[in-house]
Design a protein around this ligand. Sequence first.
Ligand code: FUB
Length: 366
Amino acid sequence: MYHSLIKTNQFFMLPFVVCSLLACNSPAQKVSTANADSTKVKFLEKPLISSIYTADPSAHVFDGKIYIYPSHDIDAGIKENDNGDHFAMKDYHILSMDSIGGKVTDEGVGLDIKDIPWAGRQLWAPDAAYKNGTYYLYFPVKDKQDVFKIGVATSKHPQGPFKAEPQPIVGSFSIDPAVFTDTDGSSYMYFGGIWGGQLQRWNTGKYESDGSKTDLKHDDKPAISCKVVKLKANMLEFDGAVKDVVILDSLGKPLLGGDHNRRFFEGSWVHKYNGKYYFTYSTGDTHLLTYAIGDSPLGPFTYKGVFMKPVQGWTTHHSIIEVKGKWYVFYHDTEISGKTHLRNVKVTTLEHEADGSIKLIDPFVK
Ligand code: FUB
């Protein structure tokens, strides 16, 4: 019942039904409670900014300052549908903060879709990186054929404005780029998202335009993997082949497609702690933020658990950074609007336990 419901409803449509069937940490109850009467839930943190809607926060410390690269949610008047068409974002506003808890500045438009020559629609979750005096903004957007690709734009300043390269990164596809630079200076891009993020349409290595032919139905087979690829020193091109980010269970077996509480959905991130690589991601339709640990940035990673319970809203997307010796997770929910596509970014503390596990975060105060 649960699985057939998932299969017939491709994107963003079933949080209430799914979660009540799963009896998971009850995001359905939280969402409906909050929307019915927002006085009944108490959020752990406040939105970082309320003048615009922001989501998918990728945070970095550049030049001693915190910069957040979020999606800029807007109400484009598009009805919610299975492909996430209602996420019709058109530009990025970069945010900055001198310290956690300090004033948040909206640095204005860092990149506009009209200045991306190959873009069609939907500027989704971006990330940024720095190398040799240049800042790089990586972004997913549908091209003029409505296929998600990943582009890159550059600037001499962390807040932009950024200038987009004329074409998407060769060999890129799907959504949610996250760039991790290792202690040896090598940079890797993690990317991908299933359902509306189109990752399942690339199963054969080529884009399948007929969505009904793509395979999300084999619950007993290894789940579709997030992708990882090394970046060339110029940070503009992939260096070699795109590989699968394999997530294994405690017995060393790959997580299966039907394992919706643990398998990768979208929104990946990597951070390094005590010499180990932490691959963190959203489970999408089960609304969890989960983590897996590995010995190499290329994996494999062993699934460890949930580190954040469901937020209010369908999507959950995060980044993890260290600021002055303390770790933080940036995330979003829908506290301000109560609407799936109008989100607001937040930050809270993230703690690694002595055994390397991450302490579970509840985005609500009981
Ligand atoms: O913001 C649009 C999409 O929603 C992102 O790309 C996903 O990660 C999800 O947060």
